[in-house]
Design a protein around this ligand. Structure first.
Ligand SMILES: [Zn+2]
Length: 44
């Protein structure tokens, strides 16, 4: 689940795994689905 955060009057969406910020919620959630993060089981 992406984490929404407000900054400079804009809402940003942060990947829970790696902390990357997106200005678009669908981009963030798509990234998060594919983000390896720190879970090695996703690397295969
Ligand atoms: Zn990520």
């Amino acid at each position: 689940m992406v984490d929404a955060t407000e900054r400079d009057g804009m809402t940003w969406y942060q990947c829970e795994h790696c902390g990357l910020l997106f200005d678009d919620e669908s981009d963030a959630s798509q990234h998060e689905d594919n983000c390896a993060g720190d879970d090695p089981s996703y690397l295969q």
